[in-house]
Design a protein around this ligand. Structure first.
Ligand SMILES: Nc1nc2c(ncn2[C@@H]2O[C@H](COP(=O)(O)OP(=O)(O)OP(=O)(O)O)[C@@H](O)[C@H]2O)c(=O)[nH]1
Ligand SMILES: [Mg+2]
Length: 252
Protein backbone atom coordinates (compact mmCIF):
# COMPACT_ATOMS: atom_id res chain seq x y z
CA UNK A 1 0.00 0.00 0.00
CA UNK A 2 1.53 3.38 -0.95
CA UNK A 3 2.54 5.68 1.93
CA UNK A 4 1.84 9.31 1.07
CA UNK A 5 3.81 10.94 3.88
CA UNK A 6 6.50 8.43 4.79
CA UNK A 7 8.25 8.71 8.11
CA UNK A 8 12.01 8.74 7.56
CA UNK A 9 14.54 7.08 9.86
CA UNK A 10 18.24 7.82 9.43
CA UNK A 11 20.70 5.16 10.61
CA UNK A 12 24.26 6.38 11.23
CA UNK A 13 27.09 3.94 11.96
CA UNK A 14 29.71 5.72 14.02
CA UNK A 15 33.18 4.77 15.10
CA UNK A 16 35.15 7.66 16.60
CA UNK A 17 33.48 10.44 14.60
CA UNK A 18 32.90 13.05 17.35
CA UNK A 19 34.51 15.90 15.42
CA UNK A 20 32.59 15.02 12.27
CA UNK A 21 29.29 14.68 14.13
CA UNK A 22 29.69 18.30 15.27
CA UNK A 23 29.41 19.33 11.62
CA UNK A 24 27.12 16.60 10.26
CA UNK A 25 24.29 16.32 12.80
CA UNK A 26 23.24 20.01 12.69
CA UNK A 27 22.80 19.66 8.93
CA UNK A 28 20.35 16.75 9.06
CA UNK A 29 16.77 17.57 8.11
CA UNK A 30 14.03 17.12 10.70
CA UNK A 31 12.95 13.49 10.38
CA UNK A 32 10.94 10.91 12.29
CA UNK A 33 13.98 9.22 13.86
CA UNK A 34 17.78 9.34 13.91
CA UNK A 35 19.57 6.21 15.18
CA UNK A 36 23.29 6.38 15.91
CA UNK A 37 24.99 2.99 16.14
CA UNK A 38 28.16 3.25 18.12
CA UNK A 39 31.14 0.99 17.41
CA UNK A 40 32.64 1.33 20.89
CA UNK A 41 33.97 4.82 20.16
CA UNK A 42 36.56 6.19 22.57
CA UNK A 43 36.35 9.83 21.50
CA UNK A 44 33.02 10.75 23.08
CA UNK A 45 31.00 10.32 19.85
CA UNK A 46 27.85 9.27 21.71
CA UNK A 47 28.01 12.13 24.21
CA UNK A 48 28.68 14.60 21.40
CA UNK A 49 25.69 13.31 19.45
CA UNK A 50 23.37 13.50 22.47
CA UNK A 51 24.48 17.06 23.18
CA UNK A 52 23.92 18.15 19.59
CA UNK A 53 20.68 16.24 19.07
CA UNK A 54 18.89 15.44 22.34
CA UNK A 55 16.29 13.33 20.55
CA UNK A 56 18.82 11.04 18.90
CA UNK A 57 18.54 7.32 19.69
CA UNK A 58 21.85 5.65 20.40
CA UNK A 59 22.62 1.97 20.41
CA UNK A 60 25.90 0.13 20.91
CA UNK A 61 26.58 -2.46 18.27
CA UNK A 62 26.76 -6.06 19.40
CA UNK A 63 29.81 -7.21 17.45
CA UNK A 64 32.33 -5.34 15.27
CA UNK A 65 32.20 -3.90 11.74
CA UNK A 66 29.99 -1.55 9.76
CA UNK A 67 27.66 -4.36 8.65
CA UNK A 68 26.85 -5.35 12.21
CA UNK A 69 26.39 -1.67 13.08
CA UNK A 70 23.83 -1.27 10.30
CA UNK A 71 21.99 -4.47 11.31
CA UNK A 72 21.77 -3.21 14.92
CA UNK A 73 20.50 0.17 13.70
CA UNK A 74 17.94 -1.27 11.29
CA UNK A 75 16.50 -3.35 14.13
CA UNK A 76 15.61 -0.10 15.91
CA UNK A 77 13.94 1.63 12.97
CA UNK A 78 10.30 2.64 13.35
CA UNK A 79 9.98 4.77 10.20
CA UNK A 80 8.59 3.77 6.79
CA UNK A 81 11.85 4.63 5.06
CA UNK A 82 15.35 3.79 6.27
CA UNK A 83 18.29 5.94 5.14
CA UNK A 84 21.86 4.61 5.51
CA UNK A 85 24.02 7.61 6.30
CA UNK A 86 27.77 7.82 7.06
CA UNK A 87 28.97 10.13 9.82
CA UNK A 88 32.30 11.15 8.31
CA UNK A 89 30.96 14.15 6.39
CA UNK A 90 31.06 12.39 3.02
CA UNK A 91 27.28 12.12 2.60
CA UNK A 92 25.29 15.25 1.80
CA UNK A 93 22.12 15.53 3.94
CA UNK A 94 20.54 17.70 1.23
CA UNK A 95 20.34 14.59 -0.96
CA UNK A 96 17.97 12.76 1.40
CA UNK A 97 14.85 14.11 -0.37
CA UNK A 98 16.22 12.69 -3.63
CA UNK A 99 16.37 9.22 -2.10
CA UNK A 100 12.91 9.60 -0.61
CA UNK A 101 11.52 10.77 -3.98
CA UNK A 102 12.93 7.67 -5.70
CA UNK A 103 11.15 5.48 -3.16
CA UNK A 104 7.83 7.31 -3.24
CA UNK A 105 8.16 7.21 -7.03
CA UNK A 106 8.01 3.42 -6.99
CA UNK A 107 11.46 2.08 -6.14
CA UNK A 108 11.87 -0.45 -3.35
CA UNK A 109 15.52 0.43 -2.91
CA UNK A 110 17.15 3.79 -3.75
CA UNK A 111 20.80 3.23 -4.40
CA UNK A 112 23.22 6.16 -4.30
CA UNK A 113 25.62 6.30 -7.21
CA UNK A 114 28.70 8.48 -7.62
CA UNK A 115 28.85 7.47 -11.27
CA UNK A 116 25.46 8.67 -12.48
CA UNK A 117 25.26 12.07 -14.19
CA UNK A 118 25.04 14.58 -11.34
CA UNK A 119 27.02 12.36 -8.98
CA UNK A 120 30.71 12.35 -8.19
CA UNK A 121 33.36 11.94 -5.55
CA UNK A 122 36.14 13.93 -3.94
CA UNK A 123 37.03 10.94 -1.84
CA UNK A 124 37.65 7.99 -4.19
CA UNK A 125 41.21 7.04 -5.18
CA UNK A 126 42.19 5.79 -8.66
CA UNK A 127 42.70 2.29 -7.27
CA UNK A 128 39.31 2.19 -5.54
CA UNK A 129 37.58 3.57 -8.63
CA UNK A 130 39.12 0.80 -10.78
CA UNK A 131 38.32 -1.85 -8.17
CA UNK A 132 34.74 -0.66 -7.83
CA UNK A 133 34.30 -0.70 -11.64
CA UNK A 134 35.63 -4.26 -11.84
CA UNK A 135 33.39 -5.41 -8.99
CA UNK A 136 30.40 -3.73 -10.68
CA UNK A 137 31.14 -5.66 -13.85
CA UNK A 138 31.34 -9.01 -12.07
CA UNK A 139 28.15 -8.34 -10.14
CA UNK A 140 26.20 -7.13 -13.14
CA UNK A 141 27.27 -10.17 -15.15
CA UNK A 142 26.48 -12.70 -12.43
CA UNK A 143 23.38 -11.09 -10.92
CA UNK A 144 22.02 -9.61 -14.16
CA UNK A 145 21.93 -6.17 -12.58
CA UNK A 146 22.89 -2.72 -13.79
CA UNK A 147 24.63 -1.27 -10.78
CA UNK A 148 27.01 1.59 -11.46
CA UNK A 149 28.30 1.92 -7.90
CA UNK A 150 28.25 -1.32 -5.97
CA UNK A 151 30.43 -0.23 -3.06
CA UNK A 152 28.69 2.95 -1.94
CA UNK A 153 27.19 3.37 1.48
CA UNK A 154 24.57 6.06 0.88
CA UNK A 155 21.30 4.24 0.16
CA UNK A 156 17.69 4.19 1.32
CA UNK A 157 14.89 1.65 1.28
CA UNK A 158 11.34 1.04 2.38
CA UNK A 159 11.70 -0.47 5.85
CA UNK A 160 9.21 -3.18 4.91
CA UNK A 161 11.89 -4.87 2.76
CA UNK A 162 14.20 -5.38 5.74
CA UNK A 163 13.35 -9.11 5.80
CA UNK A 164 14.74 -9.47 2.28
CA UNK A 165 18.12 -8.14 3.41
CA UNK A 166 18.29 -10.98 5.94
CA UNK A 167 21.27 -9.43 7.72
CA UNK A 168 23.06 -11.39 10.45
CA UNK A 169 21.07 -11.23 13.67
CA UNK A 170 22.39 -8.67 16.17
CA UNK A 171 22.10 -11.11 19.07
CA UNK A 172 24.61 -13.66 17.74
CA UNK A 173 27.85 -13.51 19.72
CA UNK A 174 30.33 -14.77 17.11
CA UNK A 175 31.39 -12.75 14.06
CA UNK A 176 29.08 -13.25 11.06
CA UNK A 177 29.50 -12.93 7.31
CA UNK A 178 27.98 -9.55 6.49
CA UNK A 179 29.33 -7.85 9.61
CA UNK A 180 32.05 -5.97 7.71
CA UNK A 181 32.35 -3.58 4.79
CA UNK A 182 30.94 -6.28 2.47
CA UNK A 183 27.50 -5.34 3.82
CA UNK A 184 26.59 -2.91 1.02
CA UNK A 185 27.37 -5.50 -1.67
CA UNK A 186 25.46 -8.14 0.24
CA UNK A 187 22.42 -5.86 0.49
CA UNK A 188 22.58 -4.90 -3.20
CA UNK A 189 22.79 -8.53 -4.30
CA UNK A 190 19.94 -9.65 -2.04
CA UNK A 191 17.67 -6.85 -3.18
CA UNK A 192 18.41 -7.77 -6.79
CA UNK A 193 17.94 -11.50 -6.18
CA UNK A 194 14.54 -10.83 -4.64
CA UNK A 195 13.46 -9.04 -7.81
CA UNK A 196 12.92 -5.74 -6.06
CA UNK A 197 13.01 -2.47 -7.98
CA UNK A 198 16.27 -0.59 -7.55
CA UNK A 199 16.53 3.02 -8.73
CA UNK A 200 19.94 4.65 -8.73
CA UNK A 201 20.16 8.17 -7.35
CA UNK A 202 23.06 10.45 -8.33
CA UNK A 203 25.09 11.28 -5.26
CA UNK A 204 28.15 13.39 -4.59
CA UNK A 205 30.60 12.03 -2.05
CA UNK A 206 32.63 14.62 -0.15
CA UNK A 207 35.96 13.99 1.49
CA UNK A 208 35.82 12.63 5.00
CA UNK A 209 36.21 15.81 7.13
CA UNK A 210 38.33 14.57 10.05
CA UNK A 211 40.04 11.29 10.81
CA UNK A 212 40.95 8.34 8.62
CA UNK A 213 39.00 5.72 6.74
CA UNK A 214 38.18 2.43 8.46
CA UNK A 215 38.26 0.68 5.09
CA UNK A 216 41.24 -1.30 3.77
CA UNK A 217 41.15 -1.25 -0.04
CA UNK A 218 42.68 -4.69 -0.70
CA UNK A 219 41.28 -6.59 2.26
CA UNK A 220 37.78 -5.19 1.89
CA UNK A 221 37.89 -5.38 -1.93
CA UNK A 222 38.57 -9.12 -1.67
CA UNK A 223 35.77 -9.51 0.86
CA UNK A 224 33.43 -7.81 -1.62
CA UNK A 225 34.52 -10.22 -4.37
CA UNK A 226 33.88 -13.21 -2.11
CA UNK A 227 30.52 -11.70 -1.24
CA UNK A 228 29.49 -11.43 -4.89
CA UNK A 229 30.34 -15.10 -5.49
CA UNK A 230 28.55 -16.21 -2.31
CA UNK A 231 25.49 -14.09 -3.06
CA UNK A 232 25.32 -15.39 -6.62
CA UNK A 233 25.19 -18.92 -5.20
CA UNK A 234 22.60 -17.87 -2.65
CA UNK A 235 20.48 -16.24 -5.34
CA UNK A 236 20.03 -19.66 -6.94
CA UNK A 237 18.34 -20.79 -3.74
CA UNK A 238 16.19 -17.71 -3.20
CA UNK A 239 12.83 -17.58 -4.91
CA UNK A 240 11.85 -14.00 -5.70
CA UNK A 241 8.67 -13.53 -3.76
CA UNK A 242 8.03 -9.85 -4.12
CA UNK A 243 4.42 -9.05 -3.65
CA UNK A 244 3.12 -6.04 -1.79
CA UNK A 245 1.83 -8.27 0.96
CA UNK A 246 4.83 -10.44 1.69
CA UNK A 247 8.47 -9.51 1.42
CA UNK A 248 10.29 -12.30 3.21
CA UNK A 249 12.73 -14.22 1.00
CA UNK A 250 12.10 -17.93 0.65
CA UNK A 251 15.27 -19.98 0.96
CA UNK A 252 14.76 -23.56 -0.13
N1 LIG B 1 29.54 1.47 14.45
C1 LIG B 1 30.51 1.33 13.52
N2 LIG B 1 30.65 2.26 12.57
C2 LIG B 1 31.64 2.07 11.66
C3 LIG B 1 32.51 0.95 11.67
N3 LIG B 1 33.36 1.06 10.61
C4 LIG B 1 33.03 2.21 9.99
N4 LIG B 1 32.00 2.82 10.61
C5 LIG B 1 31.32 4.05 10.26
O1 LIG B 1 30.80 3.85 8.95
C6 LIG B 1 30.92 5.05 8.20
C7 LIG B 1 31.77 4.78 6.97
O2 LIG B 1 33.07 4.42 7.37
P1 LIG B 1 34.40 4.93 6.63
O3 LIG B 1 35.57 4.55 7.45
O4 LIG B 1 34.24 6.37 6.29
O5 LIG B 1 34.43 4.03 5.35
P2 LIG B 1 33.99 4.35 3.90
O6 LIG B 1 33.15 5.60 3.85
O7 LIG B 1 33.40 3.12 3.37
O8 LIG B 1 35.40 4.56 3.23
P3 LIG B 1 36.12 5.92 2.84
O9 LIG B 1 35.57 6.30 1.52
O10 LIG B 1 37.54 5.54 2.80
O11 LIG B 1 35.83 6.94 3.92
C8 LIG B 1 31.51 6.09 9.16
O12 LIG B 1 30.47 6.82 9.76
C9 LIG B 1 32.24 5.24 10.19
O13 LIG B 1 32.38 5.87 11.45
C10 LIG B 1 32.32 -0.01 12.70
O14 LIG B 1 33.02 -1.03 12.80
N5 LIG B 1 31.30 0.23 13.59
MG1 LIG C 1 33.85 7.45 4.41
Amino acid sequence: MPVSHPRVSIVIPVRNEARNLELVLPRLPAVHQVVLVDGHSVDGSVQTARRLMPGIETVTQTRTGKGNALACGFARVTGDITVMFDADGSADPDEIPRFVAALTGGADFAKGSRFRPGGGSEDITVLRRAGNAALNLVTNRLMRTRFTDLCYGYNAFWTRILGVLDLPAPDRTDRQWGDGFEVETLINCRVAAAGLRVDEVPSFERNRIHGVSNLDTWRDGLRVLRTIVAEHRRSKRVTPVYTDAELDPVVE
